[in-house]
Design a protein around this ligand. Structure first.
Ligand code: KG4
Ligand code: ZN
Length: 332
């Protein structure tokens, strides 16, 4: 079964063709990041307008790159939420119209479930059940994934998402948007142990997160040290990153032990952070827990993961009805 996936929840317009939920025939991503970077973050109104311009050429390219015509598509999967309403509406309405015109089944995909499915596109994917962390600019959610359709939310952030903390710290340091890749690069040159920033672990057994205290602590440090040279800046980046990685790793291992799972998967924009991947692998290895992370091309927003999730929904007859609308906040 060949599925066309469509994603437009934030600042990437993406389309992909995936066969049998596993084989990526094409994946096209039109990123708006350079436009939003000028404003220090995503401007929703601009995002919607740019999605409208990009959606048709991106879908055309995905179908063309797959070496097929639209006639070969067996089903369509589009992100229904969570995300920016105006942005979601562009991709979802496009998908609805295409599905209706071609009489194809349509799956309305949850973006967070789709990020977890980016792990199932790996050559050697995790086996059910496993623990999954979706960690991006908008979310820091830990799930117990018992089956292809069961996602139990074990913990989430109570304030900022981890990616958001990277973006805010980068902004404070005048390093631009998005912050994750810049902070990671800078941190590589720094000493993660020189400045000890706080790690918020919350209640003893909690699997929730809080990153706002860490963010304030970094802000305070920058305020008190206005004349930092490059080496000191690198130490701030490394110290901040180490605090985020420490908390994420501890909670993930706690979740795996609690649920007696020997597999942890991480997905979403922050899972592109190689320092995090390596540290988590090291720590999880001590507990004989295996770590899975997507290739860089599938860490950020993409439509291959939407098609992969949509495939299982369509196969399960979990289809979208014409009255279904997009949603901004997740129910899982
Ligand atoms: O999944 P994603 O592309 O979009 C959302 O759904 O939010 O994630 C974007 C987030 C941004 O906050 C960005 O700073 C962060 O992922 N990010 C990183 C890295 N690359 C991207 N954070 C830490 N280290 C990275 N290398
Ligand atoms: Zn995302």
């Amino acid at each position: 079964m060949i599925i066309l996936g469509i994603e437009s929840s934030c600042d990437e317009t993406a389309a992909a063709v995936v066969e049998n939920g596993r084989q990526i025939r094409s994946s096209v991503i039109a990123s708006q990041v350079e436009t939003h970077a000028q404003y220090g973050g995503v401007v929703p109104e601009l995002a919607s307008r740019m999605h409208i311009e990009a959606i048709e050429p991106v879908v055309d390219k995905a179908v063309c790159d797959a070496g097929i015509s639209l006639d070969r598509i067996d089903g369509i999967a589009a992100t229904r939420g969570p995300g920016l309403i105006g942005a979601l509406l562009v991709g979802f309405s496009f998908a609805k119209a295409l599905a209706w015109a071609r009489n194809l089944p349509l799956a309305g995909v949850n973006h967070l479930e789709a990020h977890i499915y980016s792990l199932l596109l790996l050559e050697k994917p995790p086996q059910f059940p496993f623990i999954a962390l979706v960690v991006s600019g908008g979310h820091t959610n830990i799930y117990h994934v018992a089956s292809p359709h069961q996602f139990e939310l074990l913990g989430q952030t109570r304030d900022d998402a981890a990616g958001e903390a990277f973006d805010k710290v980068s902004k404070m340091m005048g390093l631009g948007y998005p912050g994750g890749p810049v902070i990671e690069r800078l941190a590589n040159a720094g000493d993660p142990g020189r400045i000890k920033f706080p790690r918020s672990m919350l209640e003893k057994e909690s699997l929730d997160f809080s990153f706002s205290g860490l963010k304030s602590s970094v802000a305070r440090y920058i305020h008190l040290n206005p004349e930092m040279d490059e080496e000191q800046q690198a130490d701030v980046a490394a110290g901040f990153q180490a605090a985020v990685i420490d908390v994420l790793s501890k909670k993930l291992i706690r979740a795996a032990r609690l649920k007696k799972c020997r597999q942890i998967g991480i997905a979403g924009g922050v899972s592109a952070n190689q320092t995090f991947v390596n540290e988590l692998k090291k720590r999880a290895g001590n507990h004989r827990i295996k770590v899975f992370s997507p290739p860089l091309s599938l860490c950020g927003d993409n439509a291959a993961m939407i098609a992969a999730r949509g495939f299982t929904m369509i196969r399960n007859n979990d289809l979208c009805t014409p009255d279904q609308d997009v949603f901004s906040r997740s129910r899982i």
